[in-house]
Design a protein around this ligand. Structure first.
Ligand SMILES: NC(=O)c1ccc[n+]([C@@H]2O[C@H](COP(=O)([O-])OP(=O)(O)OC[C@H]3O[C@@H](n4cnc5c(N)ncnc54)[C@H](OP(=O)(O)O)[C@@H]3O)[C@@H](O)[C@H]2O)c1
Length: 205
């Protein structure tokens, strides 16, 4: 899990447009992280808001990580950059979604909500042992809710975004008392004007 947030805990403004929160040093770190991972995943909300291509510039197609998009109801636009030819793409929909995607493979998993455990099994069968989840808040929450997060990495930038409607790293329904996800701080480092924190999810708590 990796994202960038403001010091007041927001990953974008209330209008949900893409914001550059990472420092140049953090951008370099994310680039290295993307190159180390075999697959990179985002939710449909991030595709609609940011239209990311999820590739590393200058790398040939065969060296790019597999791009994975959670699009349960088939709502991402046909011309989304994640469907281009710069890397392979897997789109995950619900079983009753009939949308076909030009330029991407489709897997249909689950009724009502996506079966993330089944998705990880499918990725594992394809040799993917490191999956980088980059957001947004609904997607990160659903991975935490399913108990599928090993490492949570967050860069804290240097400006306040504010707003009760602004997305945070972990949105969704939230966790009730007794359900909170325990973490262990593994490292912290200054990266330019911000700080990068790495936590492991505690399985022993
Ligand atoms: N600062 C950062 O690091 C960073 C990174 C990424 C994104 N962002 C920001 O985050 C915002 C978008 O976040 P978001 O929370 O709205 O969108 P999101 O998490 O990218 O996508 C949410 C959508 O993905 C689908 N989804 C995710 N998990 C699912 C599950 N387990 N089962 C079924 N469907 C699932 C649902 O689609 P349906 O709605 O079709 O059901 C859901 O509404 C944007 O403002 C973007 O700029 C910031």
């Amino acid at each position: 899990m990796n994202c960038a947030m403001s010091p007041d805990g927001k990953i974008a403004g209330a209008e949900r447009r893409q914001l550059r929160i990472s420092s140049p040093e953090d951008m370099d770190r994310v680039k290295r992280l993307r190159m180390e991972c075999q697959a990179i995943l985002v939710g449909a909300g991030t595709i609609l808001a940011d239209d990311p291509h999820l590739t590393v510039k200058g790398q040939p197609t065969e060296k790019q990580a597999l791009r994975v998009v959670l699009d349960p109801r088939g709502k991402i636009p046909e011309n989304a950059l994640v469907l281009d030819t710069r890397a392979r793409t897997l789109v995950v929909t619900l079983e009753d979604c009939t949308r076909q995607y030009q330029g991407a493979e489709t897997v249909r998993l689950g009724k009502g909500t996506l079966d993330l455990k089944a998705l990880l099994d499918i990725l594992g069968q394809r040799g993917v042992s490191t999956l980088l989840v980059e957001g947004g808040g609904e997607t990160i929450y659903s991975f935490f809710r399913a108990g599928l997060v090993d490492v949570y990495s967050v860069f804290v930038g240097d400006f306040i975004i504010g707003g009760r409607e602004s997305p945070t790293p972990v949105d969704g329904e939230g966790f009730r008392l007794g359900e909170h996800v325990p973490l262990r701080l593994v490292s912290f480092e200054r990266l330019g004007s911000g700080v990068h924190l790495t936590y492991e999810v505690r399985r022993d708590a």
